[in-house]
Design a protein around this ligand. Sequence first.
Ligand code: ADP
Ligand code: MG
Length: 252
Amino acid sequence: MSDQNQVTAAPAVSIHGVNKWYAAYHALKDIHLDIAQGERVVVCGPSGSGKSTMIRCINRLETYQEGSIRVCDMELTDDPSNIRSIRRRVGMVFQQFNLFPHLSILDNCTVAPVGTLKVPRRQAEEKAMHFLKSVHIPDHAHKYPHQLSGGQQQRAAIARALCMDPEIMLFDEPTSALDPEMISEVLDTMIELAENGMTMVCVTHEMNFARQVANRVIFMDEGLIKEEGTPQQFFDSPRHPRLRNFLNQILH
Ligand code: ADP
Ligand code: MG
């Protein structure tokens, strides 16, 4: 899945010197991170370490007080049209799926393309069916979210994000709310996405997924990126004692 173009192309995401406070609490401390096009980055770390805050900054679901972020070579600003165009290019999948409960799965997938991108409904529905097939739930298109299992809902949420033709996909613990038997169906969908070359940033503690898919794994702790490396370096020779401790906890 590596691609020589990655070396020369502008980064898909460039986070530079970002600091964020929630009131007096310093949640992100001088974060620097460049993510290449087509790169797959897994972010892990203890609860409260700033993982969600960091990835939510990438599509401006969170603001920050210092530093800058560029996405697909656009600098993030407070301008609403800038925010809209960033969100169009950056899809996000959340732990709790966040499907619209009162819309069918198909309508969940078409509401933003039709409403925001002004895609004709018929064309939006064709595309939605294409992605619902690719996540293996085309038969559920006319059902409502509550009629689907958690794993199916999460795959619907992935299809919904893909209907916007994102250049980057963010995942925030997408399997943490799922029963164990449904985790692999969602991870398999994410692996297929990775194989198709999507730039991905995934907060997850699914370490087999990280080993299989990630180009790079990042460890966050207390608002800092404490360590990063290839999956092999990261898991087989962690340097930082906090990371060794963390890996001991999640792997044993
Ligand atoms: P993680 O995703 O690694 O568990 P978060 O990014 O959610 O961590 O949170 C990092 C820290 O910021 C935590 O201490 C959390 O309590 C705090 N925090 C997160 N969101 C808010 C918020 N909206 N208001 C105040 N504090 C917050
Ligand atoms: Mg989180």
